[in-house]
Design a protein around this ligand. Structure first.
Ligand code: 9MG
Length: 360
């Protein structure tokens, strides 16, 4: 892609474990985002010059800590990785949280008039909450590959009744999934607590302003291109590092506009301008993004890469693969998993966590 200035260092925590106090050298482990239950015992140290990785080393965390004593770049990165993430609108991030997907698009609730669609979406959202959703993500514009944009009026007509119907009826946080400033503003006024933007506040200049004057958390997702055309020929020099650099630049832009880092969440945008190899590179390397010092969100649920890997055709057949992707995210310390199948993912996480700790 664009030329990159000077060498850049990245750390990717690996060899994750659930630390116990009795473990030898427990204090040398790298704690992920302040988590009691997740630490790394070895870290990949990656250096890139220009567009190429010039070195990749695997260091035990004790060797890394020793190196960081004389290397301020490493010391800063370690601090970013280990710092506890503050709660988002009151939601603590000390364990994986589930964001349930509520698509209020005609193909999702196509059962007639506007009211019955909104009511169906509200009922569905409450079911997701009962199944264990901590956040309900309400969206009125499809961002699937090839999807056409919808007007502001149509988007508002779809999402506002659902947000108004949920506000005060759910303990879950309500998130507005939109790229548009007016939709953000009206949704927040109607009771939404946070913004989920697949364009990371770049779709309209006013988005940054709306987010800055609110106190809502903002999810900044990486995408290459627009949903209509993004899958045509995605290209990266190094997908994981390019996505990391791009998200870092968005964090910097948000901070400059007055949005505190403590309000930001980042997301690599699985399937948004990425081919199968790119998606797998991101899913394998996710933990590198902890170096940006903010919580991570992963949205892999029912996406087409699962169909490509498994040979299944429809989105509904991709639930088992979606759960596998969610567990991969949880294992790398992702704090928020955006999923369609909340109860199924919650069950998988409960069992996986009990097995990690050896206790319920
Ligand atoms: C709206 N939407 C669809 N896919 C998504 C993903 O992967 N992440 C986020 N944040 N939003 C998404």
């Amino acid at each position: 892609m664009s030329p990159k200035a000077g060498p850049r260092t990245y750390l990717r925590p690996t060899a994750m474990l659930a630390p116990t106090a009795s473990l030898a050298a427990v204090e040398r482990l790298v704690r992920i985002a302040g988590r009691e239950d997740l630490a790394s015992s070895a870290v990949e140290l990656i250096v890139r010059e220009g567009d190429v990785r010039t070195s990749v080393d695997l260091l035990q965390t004790s060797a890394l800590r020793a190196k960081a004593e004389t290397d301020p770049v490493l010391a800063d990165l370690l601090e970013m990785i280990e710092a506890p993430r503050p709660p988002l609108a009151g939601l603590t991030l000390d364990r994986p949280r589930l964001m349930g997907i509520v698509n209020v698009t005609p193909d999702s609730f196509s059962d007639g008039g506007a009211f019955s669609s909104a009511q169906a979406a509200i009922d569905h959202a409450l079911q997701l909450e009962a199944g264990g959703a901590d956040i309900l993500d309400i969206g009125g514009e499809s961002t699937r590959p090839g999807a056409e944009p919808v007007s502001i009026e149509d988007e508002l007509r779809r999402v506002l009744p659902v947000i108004e119907g949920l506000a005060g009826r759910t303990k879950a946080l309500i998130s507005i999934d939109t790229r548009k400033a007016d939709v953000m503003r009206r949704a927040l006024a109607a009771g939404a607590h946070m913004i989920n933007d697949v364009a990371a506040l770049t779709y309209e200049p006013a988005c940054m302003e709306v987010a800055a004057v609110s106190d809502a958390p903002v999810i900044l997702m990486h995408a290459q291109g627009d949903p209509r055309t993004m899958q045509a020929a995605p290209y990266y020099d190094d997908c994981l590092l390019d996505v990391c650099d791009w998200l870092e630049a968005r964090i910097t832009a948000c901070e400059a506009a007055g949005i505190a880092r403590s309000r930001l969440v980042i997301d690599p945008g699985i399937g948004f301008g990425k081919n199968l190899a790119h998606n797998l590179e991101l899913l394998t390397g996710l933990s590198l993004l902890h170096g940006l010092g903010v919580p991570l969100l992963l949205g892999a649920s029912r996406k087409s890469f699962i169909g490509m890997l498994s040979g299944v055709k429809t989105a509904r057949e991709r639930v088992p693969g979606s759960i596998a992707a969610a567990l991969q995210g949880a294992a790398q310390g992702v704090q928020i998993l955006r999923v369609h199948d909340v109860a199924e993912t919650r069950q998988a996480l409960t069992v996986w966590e009990a097995m990690r700790h050896g206790a319920a």
